[in-house]
Structure formats: C-alpha cells, structure tokens
Design a binder for this molecule. Structure first.
Ligand code: 5RP
Length: 225
C-alpha cells in the first residue's frame, strides 16, 4: 500500500466515527483532507453535523463540500476532533505542525471531548524527534526566541516557502522548525519551550489524543495511549 493509499484508507475510516448531530473539529494536512472529503460524501448523503476547522484551508475545503463550518466562538464544545500528525510516539504523544496549523489545531483539539489521530504507519515512532518540531513565534520576538531555542540546543530554522519567502501561519506568526533530534522526555521539552517569551505554541501535543487510527498493509489498527 502506498502512503497516499494509507492516508485515503484511514481518512475514510475516521469519517465513520462521526454520528448524526455531532459537532466536529476538522484537522489540517493531507490525511485530514482525505478525512474531510470522506466526511463531505456523508454530508452530501444527508448526515447533519456542524464543524469547526483548524485552518483556513480546511475551512475552505469543508465549505466547498457543502459542510456547515462555523467559527469556534459559535461552537465552542466539540464532540470529536480528527486530525493527522507528523509523529506518534509512546502514550500517543504527538509532533504536529508540519502543515503549519499547530496553534489552531491545538486550540480546536482542546475544545473536543475526543481526539482521533489519523496516520499511516510510517508516522509511528519509538521516540519523538526525527521530524523537526515546529514552534510558532510572534514576529517581533523572532530574534530572541531563535537565540533562546539555540541555547536550549533545539537547533531552530525559520520556516520558508520554496521561493525563499518567509512562511506565515494563518495567525500571521513565524514558525521555527527545531531539528532537535530525539526527544526522550517530551513533557520536559514542552515545558522548556513554553517558558520562552514570544513562543505562541509548540507542536508537542501531549496527553491530548484519545486514540490513533494507523493505516498500513494490515489495514487500519487502533493505538491507545
Ligand atoms: C498540520 C499538521 C498535520 O496534521 C501533519 O503535518 C500531518 O500532515 P499530513 O497528514 O499531510 O502528513 O499537523 O499542521
């Protein structure tokens, strides 16, 4: 099975977890896109739900599929949040933010009673840290935060587009991608980063996911924390 096939499979499976009348958070990224498309099919077939999106891109996709996508202020309590991840480690500790939506993703995830992570099996790791850890930073604070993260040994690089222009999040902040290597104690790393003034959010999602749906050659399996 290719990675794209795995993403499509797990996205479709995740859409089956949505019931009539639910308030649903929509994740961001290519796996979430598969989920949103599969959910859109169910909505087209008559499923009545309301959604909150974790990015402008997912909001636009949901609306284009005829889904009722509203602001979090209108729907602050969600039954379910479904989103991808860049890495899934022990205890369902996650690295997220490869797609740049970590801040809104964490906000929407925290508004949900249940958070289902959808990944292909290549994302499951024994120790987090192979994937660079994204840290969202207020523009003005960039030089200070960059220096502090360097001092912490986290090896930050300012995220740029392919054309060299600086990447901006939906909230108009910068992202520093930290090639910090293995993260043996994610709670400690999260606390260190959180302590840096000017950091808006980091991509460690700890004790947030309820279950991970993992797609591989054996089909979709469930991982619990
Ligand atoms: C976006 C995210 C994505 O969920 C993560 O990057 C995984 O993306 P994909 O499903 O495209 O591999 O955190 O900010």
């Amino acid at each position: 099975m290719t990675q794209d096939e795995a993403k499509a499979l797990v996205g479709k499976r995740a859409a089956e977890f949505v019931d009539e009348g639910m308030a649903v958070g929509l994740g961001t990224g290519s796996t979430s896109t598969m989920f949103i498309r599969a959910l859109g099919e169910r909505v087209k077939a008559g499923l009545k739900i309301r959604c909150v999106a974790s990015s402008d891109a997912s909001r636009d996709l949901g609306l284009s599929l005829g889904m009722d996508v509203v602001e979090l202020a209108e729907l602050p309590e969600l039954d379910l949040y479904i989103d991808g991840a860049d890495e899934v480690g022990p205890g369902l500790a996650l690295i997220k933010g490869g797609g740049g939506a970590l801040l809104r993703e964490k906000i929407v995830a925290s508004a949900a009673k249940k958070f289902i992570v959808v990944v292909d099996s290549s994302k499951v790791v024994g120790t987090l840290g192979r994937f660079p850890l994204p840290v969202e930073v207020v523009k003005m604070a960039l030089p200070l935060v960059e220096k502090r993260l360097e001092e912490l040994g986290l090896n930050p690089t300012l995220r740029r587009h392919k054309d060299g222009s600086v990447y901006l999040t939906d909230e108009k902040n910068y992202i520093l991608d930290c090639a910090c290597g293995a993260i043996p104690d994610p709670e400690a790393t999260a606390a260190e980063i959180r302590g840096v003034v000017g950091v808006v959010e980091h991509g460690l999602f700890l004790k947030m996911a309820s279950v991970a749906l993992v797609a591989g050659d054996a089909g979709v399996t469930e991982l619990l924390p």
